[in-house]
Design a protein around this ligand. Structure first.
Ligand code: BDR
Ligand code: CA
Length: 358
C-alpha cells in the first residue's frame, strides 16, 4: 500500500518536474531577449538617417516592420526616393516604405541640404530602387501595424515628429498599444539649430508636444548622446576595412560628414540618428533620468526647446489679493526617460561592427 502511494507520489513529482521543464524551455525560447524587437522607423533621410537605417537593418535584435518618411532634412518626395533606394541597396524590398506628411503641422518646412548634401545623402548617387512604394499613408500604416501587433511595436522616429503626431491624433487608441517610443530629438543642454532647439523638434514643435504628452513610454535620445558619440577617423578606418554595397555607401556618407565636421572644428561627426537605433538595440548603452518634458511652442528665442523638469516638482502659486504666494511644491509626473549620458566607445564599436556585417 505504502509502496503504491510512494510510486504515485513520485509519478506526480515527475510530471510536475516535466511540466516545469517544459514551461522553462517555452519561456526561454520565447523570451524577449531572443525575439527581435519589432520597430517602425520614421525618418527624413538624411545622412545620419542613412547611418541609422543601415544599423537597424544589420542588427538581429531589431525587426524593421515599416519605414515611414517625413519631410525634414529634405522634401517628402526626395526623402521617399532616398528611403526606397536604401532599402533596395540592402535588398530589403520586403519592408514597406510609405510616404507620410508633406509638411509640418503648422509651420513651413525647413530643409537641410546645407548639412546633408544636395540629394540629402551626402551627394552619393545610389542606383535606382528595385523596391516599390507602399500605397498606404505613413500615419495610417503606423496605426494599422500597431493594432496588428498590440504591445509589440516600438516606434523609432529620427526626424520631425509630424507622422507620429498625425497617427496619435487620428487614432489615440494606439497610445496604450505601442510598446515604447525611442526618439532622436531634443536636448536639455542647448540646441543645434540655435541656442535652445534641436532640429527635429524645431522643425515641428506642435507635433513634438503631442508626442511627448501622449502618455506612452518614451525615451528621448537627444543631443546629449549624439554630441558625445563622435565618430572619428579611427572608427571610419576600421569600418572601411570591409567592403560591400552597404559598407561602401556608409563609408562615403561618413567621409562627407567628417569633412563637414572638420570645417566646423570638430574631431568627428556626431552620431545623432544612429543613437536612437542603438538604444533600441541595447538600452544599457545610455544612462537615463526620468523627467517631465514639455516642448516650448511660443518662446521668441526658445520655440522648439525641450524643457525637462529636472527637479520633479513645480511651485504652487496662489493668488492672495494683489500678489501670488508660494503655498507649496507639487510633484510632476515624468513623461520621458531622458538620456543624459552614453558609453560612446561601446556604441561606436557596435555601429562599426554592425555596418561591417558582424
Ligand atoms: C537631427 O536633425 C537632422 O538633421 C538629423 O537627421 C537628426 O535627425 C539632429 O538634430
Ligand atoms: Ca533625421
Amino acid at each position: 500500500m505504502k509502496i503504491v502511494r510512494c510510486f504515485a507520489v513520485s509519478r506526480s513529482v515527475r510530471s510536475l518536474f516535466q511540466s516545469f521543464t517544459f514551461l522553462l524551455l517555452f519561456s526561454v525560447l520565447n523570451s524577449p531577449a531572443r525575439a527581435a524587437k519589432k520597430i517602425i522607423f520614421d525618418t527624413d533621410p538624411g545622412t545620419d538617417d542613412a547611418l541609422a537605417l543601415m544599423l537597424a537593418l544589420n542588427s538581429p535584435e531589431l525587426d524593421v516592420r515599416a519605414i515611414t518618411v517625413v519631410p525634414g532634412n529634405v522634401t517628402a518626395e526626395m526623402g521617399l526616393e532616398n528611403a526606397l533606394r536604401m532599402v533596395s541597396l540592402a535588398n530589403r524590398c520586403d519592408i514597406p516604405v510609405a510616404a507620410g506628411a508633406r509638411r509640418p503641422l503648422f509651420q513651413k518646412l525647413i530643409t537641410a541640404e546645407f548639412w546633408h548634401g544636395k540629394n540629402g545623402l551626402a551627394n552619393v548617387e545610389l542606383p535606382p530602387s528595385k523596391c516599390k512604394v507602399d500605397a498606404r499613408f505613413g500615419p495610417d500604416l503606423i496605426i494599422q501595424l500597431v493594432h496588428a501587433s498590440p504591445h509589440e511595436i516600438t516606434l523609432v522616429p529620427v526626424g520631425p515628429l509630424t507622422n507620429i503626431a498625425l497617427a496619435v491624433e487620428k487614432d489615440p487608441s494606439i497610445v496604450p498599444l505601442v510598446k515604447e517610443v525611442i526618439l532622436m530629438g531634443g536636448s536639455i543642454t542647448g540646441g543645434n539649430v540655435n541656442a535652445s532647439a534641436e532640429a527635429n523638434i524645431y522643425n515641428d514643435p506642435e507635433a513634438a508636444q503631442i508626442v511627448f504628452q501622449a502618455g506612452w513610454p518614451l525615451t528621448m535620445v537627444g543631443l546629449e548622446v549624439g554630441d558625445k558619440a563622435m565618430l572619428t577617423p579611427k572608427y571610419l578606418d576600421e569600418l572601411s576595412k570591409a567592403h560591400g554595397p552597404i559598407n561602401d555607401f556608409i563609408a562615403s556618407v561618413l567621409k562627407y560628414l567628417m569633412g563637414l565636421s572638420m570645417q566646423f572644428g570638430e574631431a568627428g561627426t556626431p552620431m545623432y540618428d544612429p543613437s536612437a537605433v542603438a538604444v533600441a538595440i541595447d538600452p544599457t548603452l545610455v544612462k537615463t533620468q526620468n523627467m517631465h518634458v514639455d516642448v516650448e511652442t511660443r518662446g521668441e528665442f526658445t520655440r522648439g526647446e525641450t524643457v525637462g523638469n529636472r527637479r520633479g516638482y513645480i511651485e504652487r502659486n496662489v493668488l492672495h489679493g494683489d500678489r501670488y504666494v508660494i503655498e507649496g511644491a507639487d510633484k510632476v509626473q515624468p513623461n520621458a526617460k531622458v538620456c543624459v549620458d552614453v558609453d560612446a566607445d561601446r556604441f561606436l564599436q557596435l555601429f562599426v561592427a554592425r555596418i561591417r556585417g558582424k
